[in-house]
Write a protein of this length. Structure first.
Length: 393
């Protein structure tokens, strides 16, 4: 059984598998086990909200990858992956959240059945979905395996996007553009914040330009006033207030490809401090977008941004961006490149980033961020959201 509307063609999946095996060879791995649902989806097409139980994909030295997961989720694998049905392995439900019978016991049995219980096997050690109990079970029941840290091996294979992936990210960009437009149109003083967030999420799922909207990997973040001095607070039922900034960090999503973007809303008067911060961020942003191009390094973009910001009397401690692409909760970043000092990764055409020049001030925060694509000629904004603060008198 195959997916009735696959996101990518067979040639693209074959190319991805080839890139992963080449990376495995460079790392000296005989077998790779991945648990990150973004990596699982990118490599096999698997798509389901099943990452709350143990699941993964085994990549051996030859043949198709093998999907492994909860038995009832095997039906979802049959509907979404490109591999043959024989490459799908479901474990019994008695393994689910059972402290006396860990699901990795079944994985160990599968590894042995494949003849892969000796040699170097890579695992995503530093990943949300791979637990200490999982690791302990593997060590105890695959004693002849040399367990190697292969965190981010697949993530780096995803760094340069294919033309189809770029198309999906542009569609996600159109969706987040519409979401920000909706905020600017309907937000008003006294409106309960949860009611506005409900409309934001509905707009994102409705989609844009004839394309449906997917669920974002992170829920909307919408802090106001002093709450906005903290970057990752969400929402409550408090009313929007006049003369108090609220920033909205949200994402449009299409086929799990995430396009995050932030804007800051003022209902009423904008204090001089925020106008100065707006000018500083806009100047520094333009400096980066005007110079970003293949061959430069991630740290070069951070250096130009921070240097320009400093000329305006502002300083930013955190990174100014990170790689984006296909993602599942709890994060819409790819967890590879960061735009910060010391990251010497060379930019290549096809890389995509959330350029994140946010500032957190004493009494609030200002976020005016841009998702960008590195092109052969420079860089391209993935949205058409107007720049600057969103101000409604």
């Amino acid at each position: 059984m195959t997916h009735p509307n696959p996101a990518f063609d067979a040639a693209e999946y074959a190319d991805r598998l080839g890139r992963v095996r080449a990376a495995m060879d460079r790392a000296g791995l005989d077998v790779l086990f991945i648990t990150d649902p973004s990596n699982m989806g990118w490599l096999t097409g698997y798509d389901g909200w099943s990452f709350y139980v143990h699941q993964g994909v085994l990549v051996g030295p030859d043949g198709p990858p093998r999907w492994w997961g909860r038995g009832m989720d095997a039906a979802g694998a049959l509907r979404t992956v490109w591999m043959p049905d024989t490459a799908i392995h479901g474990y019994d439900d008695s393994y689910v959240q059972n402290p006396d019978k860990h699901a990795m016991l079944d994985l160990c049995a599968l590894v042995k059945a494949c003849g892969w219980d000796r040699g170097r096997v890579g695992f995503e050690f530093d990943n949300y979905y791979f637990t200490a109990a999982a690791y302990k079970t593997i060590l105890n029941h695959l004693p002849h395996v040399d367990a190697v840290d292969a965190t981010a091996l697949v993530n780096w294979c995803r760094a340069v996007k294919s033309p189809t992936e770029v198309t999906y990210l542009r569609r996600a960009g159109a969706i987040v553009t519409r979401m920000h437009q909706h905020i600017a149109e309907v937000a008003e003083a006294g409106m309960p914040k949860n009611m506005l967030v409900a409309q934001i999420m509905a707009t994102g799922i409705e989609g844009a330009e004839g394309h449906w909207g997917d669920y974002p990997a992170i829920v909307p973040m919408a802090p106001s006033g002093r709450d906005a001095t903290a970057p990752h607070l969400t929402w409550d039922d408090s009313p929007l207030l006049r003369d108090v900034p609220t920033f909205f960090e949200i994402a449009g999503a299409y086929r799990r490809y995430q396009c995050p973007q932030s804007r800051t809303l003022f209902l009423g008067h904008v204090p001089d401090t925020y106008r100065k911060a707006e000018a500083a961020v806009a100047d520094a942003t333009q400096a980066v977008l005007g110079m970003a191009a293949p061959g430069l390094r991630c740290e070069d973009l951070a250096r130009v941004f921070n240097g320009t910001l400093a000329q305006h009397g502002f300083h930013k401690d955190s990174r100014v961006g990170y790689a984006i692409g296909m993602s599942y909760p709890p994060d819409w970043g790819e967890r590879t490149m960061s735009l910060r000092a010391g990251d010497k990764t060379a930019l290549k055409a096809g890389m995509t980033f959330h350029f994140m020049p946010a500032l957190w001030l004493d009494d609030g925060g200002i976020e005016m961020t841009e998702p960008i694509l590195i092109t052969a000629a420079g860089c391209e904004r993935l949205t058409t959201t107007p720049p600057g603060l969103v101000v409604k008198p």
